[in-house]
Write a protein that binds this ligand. Structure first.
Ligand SMILES: *Cc1c(COP(=O)(O)O)cnc(C)c1O
Length: 288
């Protein structure tokens, strides 16, 4: 957004999927239109692999005729109403960065609806070369192509995608079971059967009024002491210092999630031994 010289406007999350809130989104669009600045695009993100409220967000995009860009970087293999994430945007993106559910070490993919969009994306990502025998440029492009070696790794990785989704979802089941009798700890879960998350990361939110004072930070530090890495949820973009002057619409839902949430060990390579260590740690922390 910023590279293009456009200005991001940040929209709060909702509590069902932790993603863009369609109600706040519509308020923000109305406000900007009233100010004579209709937004050029909506970006929806499926965080931690959980689909955003696809129908509701799509309805707002359609009502105001604003294109929807779908950030499916974390949601390869997730579905909403049995349809794959990465197919809901006017344009969608996937990431194959090293930390994603499959990887090409770096890089990603763009999913378009038309051949024209695809050709333009390829043109811009390969230095915007004009169709001429010599090197000629009428537009500024980028060097964003994926190397053929990385792409080869990606083709191999596609064969293990289903296995990785299974392993991530198994971690999620493990946490559902581990926390089921611990009051004040809620495992981040699909709101209903329309949603199927790849559970790329397993997360919890903690209500410390019900946990005898165990906050997400107390828990993170207890894990760290056992050499087990947990992380806070993603810091909301409107709280990033670099975006301090940007507009934000909302009611601090994302901010509260950031304060009370935690990302737990979720890797596809965790073993029963690792799960035992996590389980023992949690049980001793909560005295059960
Ligand atoms: C990883 C990620 C990106 C960026 O992908 P890169 O391939 O690292 O550029 C964008 N959006 C979300 C939500 C991500 O998780």
């Amino acid at each position: 957004i910023v590279y293009l010289g456009a200005k991001p406007i940040f929209i709060d999350s909702e509590l069902e999927t932790w993603n863009i809130c369609p109600t706040v989104l519509e308020e923000a669009i109305k406000n900007r239109i009233a100010n004579g600045k209709k937004p050029k695009a909506i970006i929806g993100v499926h965080l931690y692999g959980m689909p955003f409220q696809v129908d509701a967000v799509r309805a707002v995009a359609d009502k105001y005729e604003i294109p929807l860009v779908e950030d499916s970087a974390e949601a390869l293999g997730s579905t909403f109403k049995s349809k794959k994430c990465g197919t809901f945007g006017d344009i969608s993106i996937l990431s194959f960065n090293g930390n994603k559910i499959i990887t090409t070490s770096g890089g990603g993919a763009i999913v378009t609806k038309t051949l024209e969009q695809k050709n333009k994306a390829v043109f811009l990502s390969t230095q915007a070369r004009d169709n001429a025998p010599h090197y000629q440029h009428s537009e500024i492009g980028y060097n964003y192509r994926m190397s053929n070696i990385c792409a080869g790794i990606g083709r191999g990785q596609m064969e293990v995608l289903d296995k990785h989704i299974g392993l991530r979802r198994k971690m999620h089941e493990f946490y559902l079971d581990l926390f089921k009798d611990i009051p004040g700890v809620a495992v981040f879960n699909e709101p209903n059967e329309d949603y199927f998350s790849n559970h790329w990361l397993s997360c919890i939110s903690i209500d410390s009024s019900k946990t005898n004072g165990v906050t997400s930070e107390v828990m993170r530090l207890a894990f760290e002491k056992e050499n087990i890495e947990c992380r806070p949820l993603w810091k909301p973009m409107h709280l990033q210092p670099v975006f301090k002057d940007c507009l934000y619409f909302g009611n601090d839902v994302a901010e509260n999630l950031f304060t009370n949430g935690l990302c737990l060990p979720s890797g596809s390579n965790l073993t029963d031994l690792d799960r035992n260590r996590i389980s023992n740690m949690v049980k001793s922390l909560f005295g059960i």
